[in-house]
Write a protein that binds this ligand. Structure first.
Ligand code: SF4
Length: 210
């Protein structure tokens, strides 16, 4: 495996008590390695693109648009989209609007527990630039400083058609092998983690939530 700074040392897990440090792994996450045969990787990407499982976690008001997506009118299931109640079974995290610092901690925990390859769609103006909460003391105004975003959908709030369009675009990007957000997270892990710790003051979890 290619050596990157993120694979050279173990994690400190300094936020955990000595007792809890024994319970959690201090291994660094590894980047996804494509299959050596291109045809197999293309096939895997085709399968991934056609079975997008969305983590049912609404962060802000934009999340209300996730519900109609699964109704008969928009029927996202015809594209292989399904909602899942746990990060362990999900491959897509839709950041549904503004993200408070308190929510960011839960988002980081949930995202890291998702199995790779995994993808993030950021919905609404708030994750892109803070939106109407741009000067709030407790809201993130540039989400991709903390976790990697594969696709932005702008608007306040974007309609379900826009979200459905984003899902189709994400499918095209996955099939073309262009969605590398999860690997970007691993390759720049220390920078992302430093940004997360700068705003999350009560850091009492492992450095990577396996
Ligand atoms: S973009 Fe608008 S609708 Fe979406 S979370 Fe922000 S304020 Fe709410």
């Amino acid at each position: 495996m290619k050596k990157t700074p993120s694979t050279l040392s173990t994690l400190e897990n300094a936020g955990l008590s000595a007792e809890d440090q024994l319970l959690f792994s201090n291994a660094r996450p590894r980047p996804y390695e494509p299959y050596p045969i291109k045809a197999i990787e293309d096939f895997a990407n085709w399968a991934r693109a056609n079975s997008l499982w969305i983590l049912a976690f609404g962060t802000g008001c934009c999340s209300i648009e996730l519900r109609p997506l699964m109704t008969a009118r928009f029927d996202a299931s015809r594209f292989g989209v399904a909602g899942r109640p746990t990060p362990r079974q999900s491959s897509v995290f839709i950041i549904g609007g503004y993200v408070s610092v308190k929510t960011l901690k839960r988002i980081v925990r949930s995202y890291e527990q998702m199995q790779g390859p995994k993808f993030i769609i950021a919905l609404g103006s708030c994750p892109a630039n803070g939106g109407m909460y741009f000067d709030s003391y407790n809201t993130i105004n540039q989400f991709d400083l903390y976790l990697p975003v594969d696709l932005y959908v702008t608007g306040c709030m974007p309609r379900p058609e826009a979200l459905l369009g984003a899902i189709l675009e994400l499918q095209d990007d996955i099939k073309a092998g262009k969605c590398d957000g999860a690997n970007r997270y691993i390759e720049h892990f220390d920078e992302y983690k430093a940004n997360q710790k700068k705003v999350i003051k009560d850091w009492n979890m492992p450095d990577y939530n396996w």
